[in-house]
Write a protein that binds this ligand. Structure first.
Ligand code: PEP
Length: 249
């Protein structure tokens, strides 16, 4: 059985006062059946980890460097994330691929480094609107998976997030049939590459405009093991009902 995962990506949002949202989440979901993860901006990771200590909430980073240390001004290593209290890192988010020109090859190298450091990785894949309209979605996903996922993964250390770029922060959401098609495809690709033992235990998240109002419908789709949530993870009042929907899915 794959444990469901509700992951929140705060992106470049939040300073100290935002930690109260974590206190509220921790108080509201003491008995959750799902795993809960919040990925705050890096300066908040240490305080966030202290805030949720003893609760079922895990803390993650939003990126890490491919090297373990060195002359890389402004960058963060996987070991630093771990040391600050993170257990996960998001890699290959479309905003990193677009804003920082990250290739799948870079994402794969970062994933290898992060896993070696002891972090679990959430690798993001997803097509643009033009790619979907050109009926290239599955080819794009296949290429991103084979390019971004290293060989060293297990069902424990890898999570895949399917995030159509056109659905991120737009309020647009693919149909449940479209989500199901991509998630079934990702599962089949993982099974084929890693065998069903590993492929069948990797959790697959959907991400892109998940809200309290659409979460239950999305969580009922085959091979959807949870969500990666941006905007609606910033406030406990929005993220809580999403976690509750996952708990009962
Ligand atoms: C994201 O950026 O990972 C995301 C899913 O954002 P939103 O939920 O705001 O669409």
């Amino acid at each position: 059985m794959r444990q469901k995962l509700a992951a929140g990506n705060w992106k470049m949002n939040g300073t100290g006062p935002a930690l109260v949202e974590l206190q509220e989440l921790a108080a509201a979901h003491r008995a959750t059946r799902s795993e809960i993860l919040i990925c705050p901006p890096t300066p908040l990771i240490h305080r966030a980890a202290e805030t949720v200590s003893g609760s079922p909430i895990a803390i993650g980073g939003q990126d890490c460097h491919v090297e373990t240390s060195g002359a890389h001004t402004g960058d963060i290593s996987a070991g630093m994330l771990l040391d600050a209290g993170a257990s996960y890192v998001i890699l290959g988010h479309s905003e990193r691929r677009e804003d920082h020109g990250e290739s799948s090859e870079t994402v794969r190298a970062k994933a290898r480094t992060a896993i070696a450091a002891g972090l679990k990785v959430i690798i993001c894949v997803g097509e643009s609107l033009a790619q979907r309209e050109a009926m290239n979605t599955l080819d794009i996903i296949a290429g991103q998976l084979s390019g971004s996922v290293p060989d060293v993964v297990t069902g424990e250390n890898l999570v895949i997030a399917y995030e159509p770029i056109w659905a991120i922060g737009t309020g647009l959401v693919p149909s449940t049939e479209q989500i199901g098609e991509v998630h079934d495809f990702i599962r089949a690709r993982l099974d084929r590459r890693f065998g069903e033992g590993v492929g069948g235990s990797v959790r697959l998240l959907y991400g892109g405009s998940v809200k309290p109002g659409n979460a239950a419908e999305i969580f009922a789709v085959s091979n959807v093991d949870g969500a990666l949530v941006g905007g609606a993870s910033l406030k406990a009042t929005d993220f809580s009902p999403i976690i509750a929907a996952l708990d009962t899915a």
